[in-house]
Design a protein around this ligand. Structure first.
Ligand SMILES: [Zn+2]
Length: 410
């Protein structure tokens, strides 16, 4: 098996405190060996073993690629007009999803596949190497299964979200729609999904209320899909306690948490409780208050950062920008934000092989065009990161990706 030695790493973030210092397990002047797409060795450059091939990243920082544990990437139709309307003062109520559902239902497989591939390239070009993708814009048996099948072509982290909103044609008979989501739709989707999710937001007229969400999540769990929950996005509500109750791997959004919610999440945390996945790009794009990450971290809750990239409430796929907001406005340190966007995302997906760079993990590298990870937030909005697969990318691609012939300017 061909081994590639990556050298010239000014700062290697391993997220493994047994290997390096601090929360991020940082090693300076480090090297890493990739063998068949897995990390075979990490350590000081001076002790690096000989390999078939060497790749010098010329004084840059390397970290485990972003794990974006919450996206809605299979869709047709952009909604930039809604963003403009929100910025002009219109409130967000969750209703715009219907537009995406109509456009997505009308798109061919080939059209959806092409736009999904473009989005995957966009994510990877910004350092995201693992991505979760939800259905939820089909809202019919064949349509939801189709979206999951397409998502499954690009990731193993697929989430059945028939319970995104009540399908438009069922609004006056909600119970029938829940029967469909927990019956025929679940049967058609389960073979293509790893997770099940529900948008539990009683304040939104189209999202699910507590009992509807509970029914959906329990049916999915009985079918072998582990729950994840969209909750407490627009207001305090039942989402957090439902996530704990059904053993969800993750509670996502969590923008509005009561003291009782935080107590419950902190109590559940040590026992495989929900990771709380904060999605600040949504608050940015809907002009809502940002969630308070500090409050959760101080209570020992595991926090992840994800993009929630979708055509309505946030169309940015930049994990680095999400980190910048988390640091500026949510009480996270740059180290905590990077951990949350990598190891935190992996925890939300219950993955041990990504989000870290330790022997045995996937060699999913992200290279920063700067000598320290701090530049990710310090140089807010600047595209400094590239995903890098040292073992399989041709050398020419690597050089183009990280501009290896130039040392970082900063
Ligand atoms: Zn979402």
């Amino acid at each position: 098996m061909r081994a590639t030695l990556v050298t010239g790493i000014a700062e290697l973030v391993t997220n493994d405190p047994s290997v390096g210092s601090g929360l991020l397990g940082i090693l300076h002047d480090a090297a890493l060996v990739d063998e068949g797409g897995r990390v075979a060795w990490v350590g000081p450059a001076t002790r690096a073993p000989a390999c078939d091939r060497a790749l010098d990243v010329a004084g840059r920082a390397v970290f485990p690629g972003f794990v974006d544990s919450h996206t809605h990437l299979v869709f047709e139709g952009q909604r930039s007009d809604e963003f403009a309307a929100r910025m002009a003062g219109e409130p967000y109520t969750g209703g715009g999803i219907d537009r995406t559902v109509a456009a997505t239902r009308g798109a061919t497989d080939e059209r959806l596949r092409t736009s999904l591939a473009a989005r995957m390239r966009e994510l990877r070009g910004q350092g995201t190497t693992t991505v979760e993708i939800k259905s939820g814009y089909g809202l019919g048996v064949a349509q939801e299964a189709r979206l999951l099948r397409l998502a499954g072509e690009v990731t193993t982290e697929t989430t059945y979200l028939g319970g995104h909103v009540i399908a438009p044609e069922y609004r006056d008979r909600r119970g029938d729609y829940i029967d469909l989501v927990t019956g025929a739709m679940l049967e058609a989707c389960a073979p293509h999904a790893k997770w099940i999710d529900a948008f539990c937001e009683p304040g939104s007229p189209t999202a699910l209320d507590e009992e509807e969400a509970r029914e959906v999540l329990r049916a999915g769990a009985a079918r072998g899909l582990r729950p994840r929950v969209h909750g407490a996005q627009l207001a305090e509500g039942p989402g957090p306690r439902l996530a704990v109750e059904v053993g969800a791997a993750s509670l996502d959004h969590a923008t509005h948490l009561s003291e009782a919610d935080v107590d419950l999440l902190a109590l559940a945390a040590p026992e495989d409780g929900p990771v709380v996945t904060l999605l600040p790009l949504v608050e940015f794009s809907t002009r809502q208050p940002f969630p308070d990450a500090r409050r959760l971290l101080e209570r020992g809750v595991t926090v992840a950062l994800a993009s929630d990239c979708n055509p309505g409430t946030n169309a940015s796929s930049s994990m680095a920008v999400a980190m910048g907001i988390a640091v500026r406005d949510m009480g996270m340190t740059p180290q905590e934000a990077l951990w949350a966007a990598t190891a935190g995302g992996a925890a939300a997906l219950r993955r041990r092989d990504v989000g870290r760079l330790a022997p045995g993990c996937r060699a999913d590298l992200a290279v920063v065009g700067a000598p320290s990870h701090l530049h990710l937030t310090y140089r807010f909005g600047v595209p400094l990161v590239r995903g890098l697969d040292p073992g399989t990318c041709p050398d020419a691609t690597l050089r183009a990706d990280v501009d290896l012939n130039r040392r970082p300017e900063w």
